[in-house]
Design a protein around this ligand. Structure first.
Ligand SMILES: Nc1ncnc2c1ncn2[C@@H]1O[C@H](COP(=O)(O)OP(=O)(O)O)[C@@H](O)[C@H]1O
Ligand SMILES: [Mg+2]
Length: 250
């Protein structure tokens, strides 16, 4: 793998880029229309927007789970359209789906093992890393994933994606269904993972909290880009507040 180093101050190192993507689940029914997103190395990029806006669909398109009608999706400048998920994982892209993201009948350790079946020799080293990041998983290592709490399952799903030491993770609503305290932990963890060198694309219903931690955000509406800016600017944009973040007073 060639390592791209940025020498110019301000020069961007684009890791993942979707440009004008039109795609859907069935031929003739497009969910995404000319949808674009860029992830630069080191960033956390958030995708927010109403239910049904196509946020999960965009993440699936990035992870090769959708057939793309038009537009391009590149990783390190190379087209990844049509690549299988395992090829994308080998390229350093991890994906944590919104639902069904652990194997309930397997133990925590077995789930982590599934995350690195492509490189079994590295299992112990990576499992140690993940259990250090999520001590709760270490405590529960021999417990079946199906018996974990919602928060623990989310940690396990993230941990499994981290087993391959990815350069990018795509997280689909990691805080969904968790108590406020656990939701906050998810955002804290996501930042820690990012600080450890992993670039992140995260879809979130918890839009404010997401924009607070992300470098840049994309507001999707009806399958297309509505607003794009830094997390900070989106948080304070009156139109975004009015349409997507609740009332100004909140
Ligand atoms: N597997 C699927 N097959 C067909 N349509 C789907 C599928 N998943 C989602 N959709 C449709 O795509 C649209 C966008 O859904 P989704 O990307 O899940 O939205 P979001 O994640 O923003 O809530 C919705 O109209 C939804 O009904
Ligand atoms: Mg979704």
């Amino acid at each position: 793998m060639t390592e791209v180093t940025t020498t110019n101050a301000g020069a961007r190192d684009v890791l993942l880029e979707a440009k004008d993507v039109t795609a859907g689940y069935t031929p003739g029914v497009n969910i995404l229309t000319n949808c674009s997103l860029t992830l630069n190395r080191g960033e956390i990029v958030g995708i927010i927007g109403p239910n049904g806006a196509g946020k999960s669909t965009l993440l699936k398109a990035l992870f090769g789970l959708l057939s793309v009608q038009s537009g391009s999706i590149t990783h390190r400048g190379e087209s990844i359209v049509g690549m299988h998920s395992h090829e994308l994982v080998e390229r350093g892209i991890g994906y944590v789906p919104q639902r069904d993201n652990v194997f309930p009948s397997l133990t925590v350790l077995e789930n982590l093992e599934m995350g690195i079946y492509l490189k079994p020799k590295e299992f112990h080293e990576r499992a140690d890393f993940v259990q250090t990041m999520f001590p709760r998983l270490a405590e529960r290592r021999n417990q079946r994933a199906g018996s974990l709490s919602g928060g623990e399952r989310q940690m396990l799903a993230m941990g499994r994606a981290l087993m391959m030491n990815p350069e990018v993770v795509l997280l689909d609503e990691p805080s969904a269904g968790l108590s406020p305290v656990l939701q906050d932990q998810v955002f804290v963890r996501t930042r820690e993972i990012n600080k450890a060198g992993v670039s992140v694309v995260m879809v979130e219903q918890n839009a404010r909290r997401c924009l607070q931690i992300c470098d840049r955000g994309y507001v999707l509406d009806q399958g297309t880009n509505a607003y794009t800016d830094t997390g900070e600017k989106l948080l304070h944009d009156p139109k975004v507040i009015e349409l997507y973040l609740g009332t100004l007073a909140s």
